[in-house]
Design a protein around this ligand. Structure first.
Ligand SMILES: *[C@@H]1O[C@H](CO)[C@@H](O)[C@H](O)[C@H]1NC(C)=O
Ligand SMILES: *[C@@H]1O[C@H](CO)[C@@H](O)[C@H](O)[C@H]1NC(C)=O
Length: 205
């Protein structure tokens, strides 16, 4: 029996649904992945990341600081499609516009009040002022930022990612702190090379 149009459409729909359900890190075929060079026995310690203890009871940083628990810092995350970052914003500091190519981000404000926003593919800005206890989602791959607009108080936030290695593409750095030719940037931003050089100088320091 030749497949009719309905069958083909149904198959296409099933395939599309499968694609959506696997639109994250690839699934692994084992419970977890143990690195070949594991030091010591495979026990609870392998599944424990203690790197964030370094933040406890320490003075607040004087510039914006990200402390990651991704696959690089915490190898047990390999294949688990999750990771964390602790974000510390002294008063008046910004996490400049950036994207995470492999994950959406779920940000939880633990203390302080944080301005956040992302821009969708039609260049529409979705902004919010978050209070302590609020949770905001940055959709996968979209440009977003966070800003502590408070003149006095710091902000601490915890971000969860739907990838063990979300990756970060900084907009200022990828555009103005890489080696893209100045002429190309001047044409792209409809300005002159001197202006491009001025922006680059501010980032290269
Ligand atoms: C941050 O707070 C300190 C101390 O209150 C103040 O001197 C400084 O101007 C503030 N910085 C910004 C960018 O608001
Ligand atoms: C620009 O790139 C240099 C070299 O990779 C790096 O050291 C510097 O921190 C970058 N600038 C910013 C603002 O991140």
């Amino acid at each position: 029996m030749a497949p009719n149009l309905k069958t083909i459409m149904l198959l296409a729909l099933v395939c599309a649904t499968l694609r959506i359900s696997t639109a994250g890190d690839a699934d692994i075929l084992t419970d977890f992945i143990v690195p070949a060079n594991l030091q010591g026995p495979l026990d609870g310690n392998f599944f424990t990341y203690t790197g964030m203890r370094a933040l406890v009871g320490k003075p607040f940083p004087t510039t914006f600081k990200v402390s990651k628990a991704s696959m690089a810092e915490f190898p047990a995350l390999n294949g688990q499609s999750v990771s964390y970052a602790v974000l510390q914003f002294p008063n008046g500091t910004v996490n400049p516009p950036h994207t995470h190519p492999r994950a959406s981000e779920l940000l939880f404000v633990l203390s302080g009040s944080l301005e956040v926003g992302f821009v969708d593919t039609t260049n529409k800005l979705f902004a919010q002022t978050l209070q302590e206890g609020d949770i905001f989602v940055f959709p996968k791959g979209l440009v977003h930022f966070q800003f502590n607009n408070d003149a006095k108080n710091p902000v601490v936030a915890l971000s969860a990612f739907g990838s063990a290695n979300a990756g970060t593409v900084s907009v200022p750095n990828s555009v103005f702190n890489s080696t893209i030719d100045n002429d190309i940037l001047a044409l792209s931003f409809k300005t002159d090379v001197a202006t491009i050089q001025k922006i680059k100088a501010g980032l290269s320091g």
